[in-house]
Design a protein. Structure first.
Length: 134
């Protein structure tokens, strides 16, 4: 983490500068979106995503889906992610979106995949939430 507003602001400024100087820099754009999503700046993340080159990288698609999830756009988040992916981070976001959509069985299958990379407490919390979804 950045340990304080000053360092966070510096990091955001550096990433914005990098994406302004090279709009095609997918690594900087992805890092900027991730940092914005992680700090709850979802509207800003949306604007950065809109400026992305087509086609976006898989990492940027994942961050966009995380942003959609945070904004309650569960169908959009789910539609953005490849259904056949076995990447744990993609499975994690899919599990959360599926849970919110009331698709417990599908969410549990995605959770099995996601468990490969998540901390045990996170997996248990989502599994507990899924126990109430049909």
């Amino acid at each position: 983490t950045f340990g304080g507003g000053g360092r966070l602001d510096l990091a955001l400024a550096a990433l914005r500068r990098a994406t302004d100087e090279d709009p095609g820099d997918g690594v900087a754009r992805t890092a900027l979106v991730k940092l914005l999503v992680d700090t709850g700046r979802h509207d800003e993340a949306e604007l950065v995503l809109e400026g992305a080159a087509a086609p976006p990288s898989a990492a940027l698609v994942l961050e966009g889906a995380r942003n959609d999830l945070a904004l309650g756009r569960f169908e959009k988040a789910l539609a953005a992610l490849p259904a056949d992916s076995s990447a744990p981070e993609i499975c994690w976001v899919r599990a959360q979106a599926l849970r919110e959509l009331g698709r417990g069985g599908d969410a549990k299958a995605a959770l099995d995949c996601a468990a490969k990379s998540r901390a045990p407490g996170e997996v248990e919390a989502l599994a507990a939430a899924l126990s109430h979804v049909p």
